[in-house]
Design a protein around this ligand. Sequence first.
Ligand code: C2E
Ligand code: MG
Ligand code: MG
Length: 291
Amino acid sequence: MNADAAMYHAKGAGKNGYSFFDASMNSNARKQLQLLQDLRTAVEQQQFSLYYQPKFDASNGRPVGAEALLRWEHPTQGMLLPDKFIELAEKTGLIIPIGEWVLNEACRQMREWYVLGYTDWRIAVNLSALQFCHTGLVQSVAKALAMHHLPANSLTLEITETTAMSDADASMTVLRELSEMGVDLSIDDFGTGYSSLMYLKRLPANELKIDRGFVRDLEHDSDDAAIVSAIVALGQALGLRIVAEGVETGVQQDFLTKLGCDSLQGYLLGHPLPAERFMLDIHRGEQLAAG
Ligand code: C2E
Ligand code: MG
Ligand code: MG
């Protein structure tokens, strides 16, 4: 068993390596196994919730929608962020039922806002690579929209560059179907993967999201500033909306707005919050705007 644990550790670190067993390996493996059992229970008992982070029009500051971000209310560990469990959910296929729930819940929430009059908002949902390869995706999306009486254009699907490019031909087919339905498509974490510009040109995407890694060092790193302005120029040339994520300072906000980003998202403008608290902030903003 110990040798196995060392082997998995070595494999996990990449090819052509070796590891000596260490007691921490077993406790790590045990923790992962426990987490997997917990995750199965979480799916059965619906221990998930969605937080919403607003996106704002860069030029006039009006909200244009929100990104739905998954949270797991773990019975003993408290609220867990996606980086603690998404990878495990992908490895085990549990991301499929979880992703279905996210899609459906996000559409249900968007319908509430739609009825309140926010008909031009878009709700953004993140998709993982596995969901994207799953044959039922297009149908699930169509079903969720129909069930909640939403126009397809109220939904943005965010996929990372790496996901979109990994099986380029297969994903092109799925993306085309979604795009023909009228669903809005966004390339998340742009600039972090390997992208082929030829492929990007053919993708039926509507939006590019500049990865927050570039936004973070904008003020101090002139290379990052150059990269961001190049991404904005590229996106504009391809007719895409440009969103910057991870906006934390006023300097970043000004810089990104001047460069021509269409919308902005980040802690400076709004943290991810449960739907009710999200809406309180939106109303507060409306009152301020009304003077
Ligand atoms: P993402 O799609 O790039 O989402 C943005 C992440 O950046 C969120 O983290 C958000 O809370 C965080 N963020 C927003 N503004 C700021 C800021 O100003 N500064 C900093 N430092 N961070 C900011 P979160 O919620 O922990 O989600 C992490 C990732 O997990 C997401 O990255 C997304 O890839 C994935 N994820 C979230 N929800 C889902 C889901 O329902 N399904 C799938 N497949 N993946 C999801
Ligand atoms: Mg995202
Ligand atoms: Mg991102």
